[in-house]
Design a binder for this molecule. Sequence first.
Ligand code: TYD
Length: 140
Amino acid sequence: MEKFTEPCMVDLPRIYDPRGNLTFIQNGDAVLPFTIERVYWTYDVPAGEERGGHSHHEGREMLVALGGSFCVNLFDGQRWQTFTLNRPYKALYIPPGYWRTLDNFSSGSVCMVLTSTHYTEDDYVRDFDEFLKLSRRDEA
Ligand code: TYD
C-alpha cells in the first residue's frame, strides 16, 4: 500500500522519561502527510454518545486519543473499518472521502484532531445519502 492513500495508524515519536513520557508532531515530519492548519479536540463526551457522522471533500485529518479511548468507524462507500484509539502516541490518518463516526468513548477521553484545512462548512458532507452518491460517482 502506498503510504497515506488509505486510512492508517501512525506511530508518533515517544520520549521515555521517568518524569513522564512525551510525544510530539510538527509540520514537515514524515509521519504527517499534510501541513496542520487547525487543531480541535472533543472532551466531556457522555457515555453512549456518538460523534462525527460526516466526511470531508478535501480535509485530511490525524486523530489522537490524548486520553482514554474511543472507536473510529470509517466507510469508503463499500466497506466499514473500525480503529480503536487508546494510546497518546498513535495517530489515525483519515484521507478525504471517508464517512466517519466516533463512538465507545471512555470516561474522560479526549480526541485531538489535526486537520489540513481551516474550518469551513463547505468542506463537509453531513448527509449519508449524499456521501453515498458522491462515493459512487467517484467510482464511475
Ligand atoms: P461537528 O462537525 O458537528 O462535530 P463532529 O466532529 O462530532 O461531527 O461540530 C460541532 C459544531 O462545532 C458545529 O456547529 C461546527 C463547529 N465547529 C467549529 O466551529 N469549528 C471547528 O473547527 C469544528 C471542528 C467544529
